[in-house]
Design a protein. Sequence first.
Length: 179
Amino acid sequence: MNVHEDIARVLIDEDVIRFRIDEMAPEIINSLEGAPIVVVALLKGALVFTADLFRRLPVRLDVECINVASYHGGTESSGEVQFLDKKLPDVAGKNVLLVDDILDTGRTLQAVSEAMLGQGASMVRTCVLLAKDKERDGMQEADYVGFSIDDEFVVGYGLDYKGKYRNLPYVGVLDPSVI
């Protein structure tokens, strides 16, 4: 079965995503000068975005990944952030660029940012491909946002529903009949 058939509509196409990442990269580089940079991708959703983004950052950097979960197979954040890795990366004395796929409640970015600072990071900046346009109850906002979107469930470009649809080259709204 063709996964494209499960998409009700394309929200952001591949070319628009690529163009926006090209715009974001210089802004990120200009603000992270100084200490060594560690790009920390939040798995699995940010994998595609992180790969495209860090190839556009023409500086020496390290890349790490942290496996966290907050949706737990549903279409809304559970509000509970689980660290699925036993060990966090060594970020002591380094500038961290924390990259996630989507900013929903803000709890994931806040929990991981606090963990990185607890590991001795000099600075933590946050970057998301998408930010839902909604109240976050005092939770963390992202420093860099690719796109603001309505508060709807989306898939593609790394974002999933029950592990599927990450491989779509665009961000789309999943047909409700599939959920």
